[in-house]
Ligand binder design. Structure first.
Ligand code: NAI
Length: 439
């Protein structure tokens, strides 16, 4: 039998391509060697947010004025619950794929040519191939015996002390969560600031919060060697040493392009990524690539989006990606989100002017809506609890070409954090209700 498409990889990019193809009436075969749901569902986005929720629940109560609380965490029981929750999600995804007529085969898929893939010694043929093989953690040469995201998210106890190598997205999210769970956390970042690439007037709120949680951060500090004798010793380039029960390495991720016969296709590359055009086509006819393997940003929601575009093109439609309103979320404390593009025209709305935030015992953060000279919304940046849940309003405004008045004149429920978005929109034309800007 010839499939319309064989999809290599069952993560967010792969399974959503399979679902979208099924919705388009096409016959898809999805190949996954590990667990359906990929890194995100099993070892990344979902379990990391679960551990952050656990940590936040504990610190929220502990830090509430007038409250004395003591909590006992049984991590083994929590891990059982977590895997139960994840398994429900992954089996739900598999059922969705098959409910649309898609097929799933478990095993390592190896590309034979642009129309066939071999899995467990069986060859499957298709009109198209979609490469959705994701990414793997970056490693530092010579440093092997450390934890990566998968290991730290699966611990059966809270480590007494934890060194996080890399102060990027994963390092800050995990470091903050484990500090709240009781670990003595040290973060080592080689760039001059944590969260390099994020504006410091946004990340400063997170920096302060990490300080107040007792997290030690070493910036401009490069890790050279890690040794383990009972506990770990981390050697920095300046000759100093740090010691901890556990070390987790979060120094970025690399597209996964090795070990599945990609070289047989001779596809054009873009650095380490597979090069694709706006329709998610590679340089080889009938071969598509989606998600992390196909370029930055390496985010699950970008993979979902790519998947819909690739599936539509395979189904004979004309569809192109447009990443103009791509949200970026750091699940730090408070969360940092950005979407769209920055402009010079904005006014900050401090989180401390938001009644709902104050009632949650939060006052550190900011809301910002970026507009052009005609007040058309171009982007936004928020630092606030649950900012991830607020950002899509601005993404929609960017996509739809709305002005800040459209957002500002939309009635937002009171009291909510979402009023911060409204007030930041109002602030662009000088009429924020609860804050008088000096700009
Ligand atoms: P990252 O690229 O965000 O951060 C890695 C950090 O490690 C950088 O700041 C880098 O300067 C530092 N570093 C590299 N080598 C070092 C060394 N020898 N010593 C000290 N510091 C060193 O990568 P991360 O945090 O591992 O996340 C990987 C990717 O996963 C992200 O780029 C993102 O695409 C995705 N991700 C997204 C999340 C989200 O959307 N909330 C959450 C987690 C991951």
């Amino acid at each position: 039998m010839e499939y319309d498409a064989i999809i290599l990889g069952g993560g967010p990019g792969g399974y959503s391509t399979a679902i979208r193809l099924g919705q388009n009436g096409k016959k898809a075969l999805m190949v996954e060697e590990n667990k359906i749901g990929g890194e995100c569902l099993n070892y990344g986005c979902i379990p990391s947010k679960a551990v952050i929720e656990l940590a936040d629940a504990i610190s929220y109560l502990k830090e509430m004025p007038g409250v004395t609380s003591s909590v006992v965490i049984d991590m083994k029981k929590w891990q059982d619950w977590k895997w139960g929750m994840i398994n429900k999600l992954t089996s739900g995804v598999e059922k969705l794929v098959t409910s649309y007529g898609g097929e799933v085969v478990k095993g390592k898929g190896v590309i034979e040519n642009r129309n066939s893939i071999k899995v467990n010694n069986e060859t499957f043929n298709a009109k198209n191939i979609v490469i959705a093989t994701g990414s793997v953690p970056s490693r530092i040469k010579g440093i092997d015996d450390v934890f990566y995201n998968r290991d730290i998210l699966d611990v059966d106890h809270i480590p007494k002390s934890l060194i996080v190598i890399g102060g990027g997205y994963i390092g800050i999210e995990l470091g903050t969560a484990f500090a709240k769970l009781g670990s003595d956390v040290t973060i080592v970042e080689m760039m001059p600031n944590i969260l390099p690439g994020t504006d410091t007037d946004l990340s400063k709120f997170v920096d302060r919060r990490m300080n107040s949680l007792g997290i030690k951060t070493f910036v401009g500090a490069k890790v050279e060697k890690v040794t383990r004798e009972g506990q770990y010793t981390v050697n920095l380039a300046d000759g100093s040493q740090l010691k901890a029960e556990l070390v987790v390495m979060t120094v970025g991720r690399q597209p996964n392009t090795n070990g599945f016969g990609l070289e047989r296709l001779n596809v054009e590359m873009d650095g380490k990524f597979i090069k694709t055009d706006k329709r998610k086509r590679t340089s080889v006819d009938g071969v598509y690539a989606v998600g992390d393997v196909s370029g930055q940003p390496m985010l699950a929601h970008k993979a979902f989006y790519d998947a819909g575009i690739a599936a539509d093109n395979i189904s004979g439609k004309m569809a192109e990606v447009d990443y103009r309103a791509m949200p970026f979320v750091i699940y730090s404390d408070p969360e940092i989100v950005t979407t769209g593009t920055k402009t010079e025209k904005f006014n900050n709305i401090p989180l401390a002017t938001n009644g709902r935030a104050l009632g949650m015992n939060y006052n550190q953060g900011v809301f910002r809506v970026y507009v052009d000279n005609e007040y058309v919304v171009k982007g936004g940046a928020f630092v606030a609890p649950r900012a991830s849940e607020l950002v899509s309003e601005i993404s929609l405004a960017v996509e739809a070409g709305l002005t800040s008045k459209d957002v500002g004149m939309t009635v937002h429920p009171h009291p909510t954090l979402s009023e911060g978005v409204k007030e930041a929109a109002e602030a662009t034309y000088g009429k924020s209700l609860h804050y008088k800007s000096s700009r």
